[in-house]
Design a protein around this ligand. Sequence first.
Ligand code: ATP
Ligand code: MG
Length: 631
Amino acid sequence: MRFQDFHRQSIEQPDIFWAEQAKLIDWERPFDKVCDYSKPPFANWFVGGRTNLCHNAVDRHLKARADQNALIFVSTEVDREQVYTFAQLHAEVQRMAASLQALGVKQGDRVLVYMPMIPEAAFAMLACTRIGALHSVVFGGFASVSLASRIDDAQPTVIVSADAGSRGGKVVPYKGLLDEAIRLSSHKPAKVLMVNRGLADMPMTPGRDVDYSALREQHLNTTVPCVWVDSTHPSYTLYTSGTTGKPKGVQRDTGGYAVALAASIKHIFLGKPGETYFSTSDIGWVVGHSYIIYGPLIAGMATIMYEGLPIRPDAAVWWSLVEKYKVTSMFSAPTAVRVLKKQDPAALKKHDLSSLRALFLAGEPLDEPTAKWIADALGRPIIDNYWQTETGWPILTICNGIEQAPSKFGSPGKAVYGYDVKLLDESTGEELKGANQKGVVAIEGPLPPGCMQTVWRDDERFVKTYWKSIPGKLVYSTFDWGIRDDDGYFFILGRTDDVINVAGHRLGTREIEESISSHPNVAEVAVVGVADQLKGQVAMAFAVLKDTSKAATPEAALKLEGEIMKVVDEQLGAVARPARVRFVTVLPKTRSGKLLRRAIQAVCEARDPGDLTTIEDPTALQQIKDLVAGR
Ligand code: ATP
Ligand code: MG
């Protein structure tokens, strides 16, 4: 089928289109109506249908593939590799579900999961959806204050956690942070279920804290049937990455999500039952929810859950897993590729990667040099995809499962089926119909299945934050800038709050970054707009070098700075030339690898950088502070 026709049907005849996709999952009761959009922008998918996420991810595969791999856990942190078949996963999920029930968790309750990347985290998520409880996974890297605000928002009956995570061989204790978070929060969970990995102290609060291994022992053979829930029953809440401010609790449904994921594995990620999927994300992020846990398992694929760094013990570790488990689809982020880019590309060529249909990348702009580097190093197709925590699955990409289409460097691709993507004029809010015009990327309602239902316990915030009316329609704003070329390929130019205004010229930070990274010695760069008395704003660049010896002395650094500015002059023109290009060893990023431009900008303008709870490495911001202060 032509992709164009597939997409057109999804927009013009959504009921027929999605009813067809809905056959990819099991329903306990068939739905009466495909989409109820009588109260826009709230969309209810597969109304009247009853299903269960855990049933679709686990139980339904027992007939055909009980003894095939389901969850492959690999930790280079604690040197452990353990494979669970679907039958074993089924047993473990029931043990966890029975334990949660024993602690009083009922349908509709929230269970907060604050865990490292260990199998029990997957069991806990699946156990929740099995019994109709909502999981709220909070990334294990968060500290007490951010955790406390999420505890207050989710109001969990039970928190599931572990003694510690591990990163780069260093133990990261969790329990102290968790205890402190519960002390800070106004909501108190009834019980805390602790998994003891034997890595760190795990002081237990009597009456509240329960050791999982003991409770599990009591439920080795307890059967816990799946609770059939309405298609619109919420399955989980998850907070956005927090790149731009206060995180929002995204609430997801059950039936629409299951259908969207099953369809995406087939049409986008090219996966088939019995094959292996490897997503290098973390369960704390949306990619982990959709493409470590639910998507691959719903599709009957084995999924690799990896605890560790991409370059430890060496840069070949991921690729050795691809070879060993014959991974067919792999999903990672440009930030991880940039880490690899600082290594010898030979490491990537050591292994047989012929099983891999493609490497999918998402989460941030994939600049051309990075895309080319990884495509060359792997010799496999690279497919960019653009989406958000809010949508749960890709908005823009190339759907090679429908029709083979070429990728264009710098573009995540075309609007995916189900998404009626528009570009809106920033000032008038009107739709830009022609090609090659810059606008805000928006989606005409209803959002397709799998996207957020609302903001958890805050319908008003959902409507106010995301939805705009344009003549005759309601549109969802992504808050990203984009441009569409003559062939329908989109290019993401940055976030709407990442535009710099230099003497009246509006420049996307992304364009300047892209230009700077084309300099052969630049591994990574961040550009922000900084207030300037004369020009309104000027661009400031902070770059990480591949070879730092080239900027070892102040003179050498100045020379390199000049060279980089010349590159920008030649490619974009002198208006885009940054006022300064400074060199750092690491850039401030969120734990999910997104550049914290707002924090860099604040530091450059000597303002308070605000909420930094999601920052990966606080010393990164200190380096910038020192440079700005002239230290
Ligand atoms: P918050 O909404 O809390 O500020 P966030 O937007 O970083 O956090 P996510 O939902 O994880 O949280 O990220 C989605 C955003 O990431 C997109 O809106 C876009 O800005 C960026 N993004 C994701 N994928 C791509 C891609 N392939 N190319 C360019 N940008 C991307
Ligand atoms: Mg966002």
